[in-house]
Ligand binder design. Structure first.
Ligand SMILES: [Zn+2]
Length: 341
């Protein structure tokens, strides 16, 4: 054997000279965190079966020093109460500081008789290792805490669907749970500075209320502006052949334009009203035909023809039609085309 003082911190492949002497060193901090997450996973498994029912079975699991992920059979999204109860149960077991009971190399039947949970579809040898924390008993080869108190704290981070009939929980424990709470506290502190208030919740509620009032006010202004437009537009109709024609460009929003066009087609006899709008950067054409002219002009046909200019489509009935499009620059062509109607 050759002497070799090389320390491999992370083993990814076999060394070239496998007969050399090596020093294996475990990262103790990572190992502790993995132990907490693995024992936490066992407690989580038991708590899920307690809260949701014994149909819960492990379908997949990741345990690392950073976090844990647990997939299990269950057919609906867990609600807030269920999640809170599961977390509470795991933390209660941590607080009880239940000592690890490790049964090495016992016959599988003996383990099953003791009540160990075996995973369906998993291959086990004749002899197995059983990990017990009080009422939690699992066949397991993983690394664990000596007693549940070492886990420190358990915090659920997310619950989501992993596949049909399978839910996925992610959680953290120990130092990582502490870091999680710390980052939440930092966020609240930043929010508090941003809002210049100690009571973040109250400030956000106030902002939302203010925002609502501003929206109401803005809507009122829009309506007021639209009213102003109506009286201008009423005076802008021109006699062309058998009809009163109005072609107008505006930046009013779609709902306001619709209201105005309905009012105009009702009030102006023998009228065709064509409004080209560009609200929020999107081209839109709205056409209204007064009832007495519907046999001569079809709003739907007019809008379809004009909409070609804005690469759009739409439709409606003989009296009213709209079309949205993709090409804002085409609105000018549509305008010229409409004037020639
Ligand atoms: Zn395990």
């Amino acid at each position: 054997k050759k002497e070799n003082n090389l320390i491999i911190s992370l083993i990814k492949e076999l060394p070239k000279d496998v007969s050399a002497v090596f020093y294996a060193k475990v990262n103790s901090a990572d190992r502790r965190n993995s132990q907490g997450n693995h024992s936490g996973t066992h407690l989580l498994h038991e708590a899920l079966r307690d809260v949701l029912g014994t149909h819960v079975e492990q379908k997949g699991s990741y345990v690392g020093p950073d976090y844990l992920r647990f997939d299990f059979s269950h057919f609906s999204k867990m609600n807030e109460e269920e999640l809170a109860l599961v977390e509470e149960k795991v933390n209660a077991k941590i607080k009880e500081n239940i000592a690890l009971q490790e049964f090495r190399n016992i016959p599988i039947q003996e383990a099953l008789d003791k009540g160990a949970m075996a995973l369906f579809g998993e291959k086990y040898g004749d002899n197995v290792r059983m990990i017990q924390f009080g009422s939690s008993k699992e066949l397991c080869g993983g690394t664990h805490v000596k007693s549940t108190g070492e886990i420190g704290r358990f915090k659920l981070i997310s619950e989501a669907s992993a596949a049909a009939g399978i839910r996925r929980i992610e959680a953290v424990s120990g130092d990582k749970a502490q870091e999680y709470y710390q980052s939440l506290e930092n966020q609240i502190s930043e929010l508090s500075q941003l809002l210049k208030s100690k009571d973040v919740l109250k400030s956000v509620e106030k902002l939302m209320e203010e925002n609502h009032l501003l929206k109401v006010e803005l809507d009122a202004f829009k309506k007021e502006k639209a009213k102003g437009e109506i009286s201008d537009w009423k005076n802008a109709y021109e006699q062309k052949g058998d009809k009163q024609l109005l072609v107008k460009k505006t930046s009013l929003d779609a709902a306001s334009v619709k209201d105005i066009v309905f009012e105009l087609k009702r009030e102006i006899p023998n009228s065709v009203t064509i409004i080209l709008s560009d609200a929020d950067g999107k081209p839109m054409i709205t056409v209204g035909v007064s009832a007495d002219l519907e046999s001569n002009y079809q709003a739907g046909t007019i809008v379809k023809d004009l909409a070609k200019e804005i690469q759009g489509g739409g439709g409606g009935n003989p009296g009213f039609a709209t079309a949205g499009g993709k090409n804002l620059d085409g609105l000018e062509n549509a305008y010229q085309k409409a004037l020639g109607l």
